[in-house]
Design a protein around this ligand. Structure first.
Ligand SMILES: [Fe+2]
Length: 155
């Protein structure tokens, strides 16, 4: 079934704004994770770390749900002839899945470290955190450069 995905200017601005809001929240999270990775094996604010452990997956999942259920269908339906777009959306979906798995794993390892801070675990955790936030930043940069201009044309 072909959906009617005609967007008026107001809808386009709304989708654009929501994507940027999700990106902003994720980038703020990345900044916090980088500070934590830099300070390990020390943890300066246990309460903040516990909150991050709790919120990491939901924040990432919420952004991905918006992109996959709202943004990607708009772009896909509007530019079906674009084979490059189809491949890029598949790649982004795959990265979402990877980041969600990674977020869950980090929350578990981080929680365990907060409860029992062992030096060797600190190195592993710092490595995981860096891999995660660097990947998320790259992903967001690509979406900003590649998807946002397409959305702005999807009228
Ligand atoms: Fe994404």
């Amino acid at each position: 079934m072909v959906r009617d995905v005609t967007l008026d200017l107001e809808e386009r601005i709304s989708v654009n704004r929501k994507l940027l809001e999700h990106h902003k929240v994720m980038l703020q999270l990345c900044t916090k994770l980088e500070k934590i990775a830099d300070s390990l094996p020390n943890i300066s604010n246990i309460q903040e770390c516990l909150v991050i452990c709790r919120d990491l997956f939901p924040i990432i999942k919420s952004a991905h749900n918006f992109e996959e259920k709202v943004l990607f269908p708009i772009l896909h339906d509007k530019q079906q002839e674009d084979g490059g777009l189809k491949k890029n959306l598949e790649r982004l979906r795959y990265e979402h899945w990877e980041d969600e798995s990674f977020a869950e794993e980090i929350s578990d390892v981080f929680n365990a470290y907060i409860n029992e801070p062992i030096q060797s675990d600190a190195e592993k955790l710092a490595y995981m955190l860096r891999g995660f936030f660097e990947g998320v930043r790259r992903h967001i940069a690509f979406e900003t450069e590649y998807l946002l201009p397409m959305l702005n044309k999807a009228s």
